[in-house]
Design a protein around this ligand. Sequence first.
Ligand code: BEZ
Length: 278
Amino acid sequence: MKSDISQNSQFSLQNLEPLNNDWDSHLYEDKHAFVWQYGEELLKLLNPKPGESILDLGCGTGQLTEKISCAGAEVIGIDSAPAMIEKARENYPHLLFDLANASSFQVDQPLDAVFSNATLHWVKKPEKAIATLAEGIACVHHALKPGGRFVAEFGGKGNVQAITQALSTALESLGITDVETRNPWYFPSIGEYATLLEQQGFEVTYAILFTRPTPLTDKQAGMANWIQMFASTFLKGLSSDQQKQVIRQVEQSLPEKMYCDGSWMADYKRLRFFAIRV
Ligand code: BEZ
């Protein structure tokens, strides 16, 4: 597949897998702006320069893609969710956005950098998780020039552990036994992910795992909104009443320190790295 828009620029993108990825881009923009607001530090690490060609992998609704463009780089944002791409194009009609899958995209011209914020933890297929991850990293490797940089941040080992544990317990109390297969995320340690990067031909020059407690907007509704936005696969097939029961149980069982002054806090842990294509 090649999109019309990318044929007019130095970018030509091929997506090799059918996409089926439903996201609510309005809920994402309205209640979860922290996703790209926290991306500013990562942008500094990327340090985009005028004239560089950069791909924003998992661009969401395009806010960080636009910041990369403001630094003078030629940028394309890709995302596997049609609703996100549609919204990104609406937000920034002068920029390039395309539908593509992080494990199977290709570009025709090698790039200076690939940037990715809050996306890589979604690159997981339970039945062949490691193979799929390696395919995703290999895609990035193929997309880069020698010496090109891969700069990313995503959920690392221990990310949203209290929320995941509370969801599992609440689902198990409803008699649901396949909780692990409902879990869509991959949160690796530095050692695990740096090894995958090295095996695919990257030199990892910087990596850090850090806690970043993240305040959720919307006061009391913050945790329910977060679960509906990001953890909906855990709730698949449940009636609306059962979903409400699970969310209520999660809220009641989370530690007190995650609910301060009437607002929820999510127990995020981030893995940030800088790697160079050898
Ligand atoms: C994260 O950015 O760490 C994240 C977002 C949604 C679900 C899980 C993790």
